[in-house]
Design a protein around this ligand. Structure first.
Ligand SMILES: [Mn+2]
Length: 334
């Protein structure tokens, strides 16, 4: 079976997207899942990635406590009952890459808290992130992912790359390549590329303590991991794609159709609909390109208390995203 794809043929899945460090919302969703589970109305929780990185004040960012709790819950209930999909915000930490958008630097706070938690817990968290699947496919014909379809992931060649993606092997190869070059030269190249000081940036973005820190060289990966590296290029596009934004509706609709066809290969049923998060919506959901249900459970819902979860019967065939709308629920409204 594929390393990065989980196939489910039965059971009701409660699907939640993009909590972005909101511990209060996470607690509500977890408790609702446990309640539904006790009533026999839900069998598994699928968290669609971007559990981490709050845009609010650092003290309100519950990213690490959320991960700790999810890891505990998964150990307790089992990996078929608690499923976490990789999001782009988790992805950058696997590679020790910085993540910023506009004025917001997302990665430093999380790296600092990981460093404070100590090397053993840090290794445990990174091991967990390293092993996260990318996609769920179901006998309902509904796929679940953090991001909707991207052109690279819609092609069979992209599926080959993503289905078995090995972060550890890629990191090892990149680090081995970097190790062959003098450190001074790499640091100078880093300075030319980013305009920053390597030592200051390694301290700021990765909470590296100095040249003796075993992670001192990790930020150098930004020099080797770019989108021209073929496998990493596919991975990056699959996780940072903005879907229909910036392309025409017709082109995006054909990307979605091609994506579902490509990933139907070997699936429990033909995949006809994709459920994903990643992009803000008005209210708690949006139907895109007739085949995609964009779900926003908190951070990407507007207003945020309009956030919704989806209950998906993994065995009952679904033809269109409209059929899922009556299975949406709220933990914020009575
Ligand atoms: Mn995202």
């Amino acid at each position: 079976m594929s390393r990065r794809v989980r196939d489910f043929r039965d059971g009701v899945a409660m699907i939640v997207t993009d909590l972005h460090g909101d511990g209060e919302a996470y607690g509500r969703y977890r408790d609702r899942f446990l309640e539904l589970r006790a009533q026999g109305r839900a069998d598994r929780l699928i968290l669609c990635g971007d559990l981490i990185h709050s845009e609010g004040p650092a003290h309100q960012d519950m990213s690490l406590p959320i991960l700790r709790d999810v890891m505990r819950l998964q150990t307790e209930l089992g990996p078929d009952r608690v499923v976490v999909l990789l999001g782009n915000h988790e992805l950058v930490h696997i590679y020790s890459l910085p993540l910023s958008r506009g004025e917001v630097d997302y990665s430093p706070g999380f790296e600092r808290k990981l460093a404070e938690a100590g090397p053993a817990f840090r290794a445990e968290v990174l091991g967990f992130l390293n092993d996260l699947p990318f996609f769920v496919r179901t006998a309902a014909g509904v796929m679940v992912a953090h991001v909707g379809p991207s052109p690279a992931a819609a092609l069979p060649a992209g599926r080959e790359v993503l289905a078995e993606f090995d972060h550890r092997a890629l990191i090892e190869a990149v680090d081995a390549g970097l190790a062959k070059r003098p450190l001074a030269e790499l640091k100078a190249e880093y300075g030319r590329l980013t305009g920053g000081s390597y030592d200051e940036d390694a301290a700021y973005f990765l909470a590296v303590t100095g040249p003796d820190d075993p992670r001192y060289r990790d930020l150098l990966r930004v020099l080797a991991l770019d989108r021209r590296e073929p496998a990493f290029g596919v991975l990056w596009e699959a996780f940072f794609c903005r879907n229909e934004r910036g392309i025409s509706q017709d082109v995006y609709a054909s990307v979605v159709a091609r994506f579902l066809e490509t990933w139907s290969n070997g699936a429990p049923a033909a995949q006809r609909v994709i459920v994903s998060g990643h992009i803000p919506v008005a209210g708690g959901y949006q139907i895109v390109a007739d085949r995609q249900l964009r779900l926003a459970s908190r951070a990407h819902a507007h207003p945020d208390h309009a956030g919704l979860y989806l209950l998906l019967d993994c065995a009952a065939p679904i033809q269109s995203p409209e059929e899922l709308v009556s299975h949406l629920g709220s933990v914020f409204e009575p």
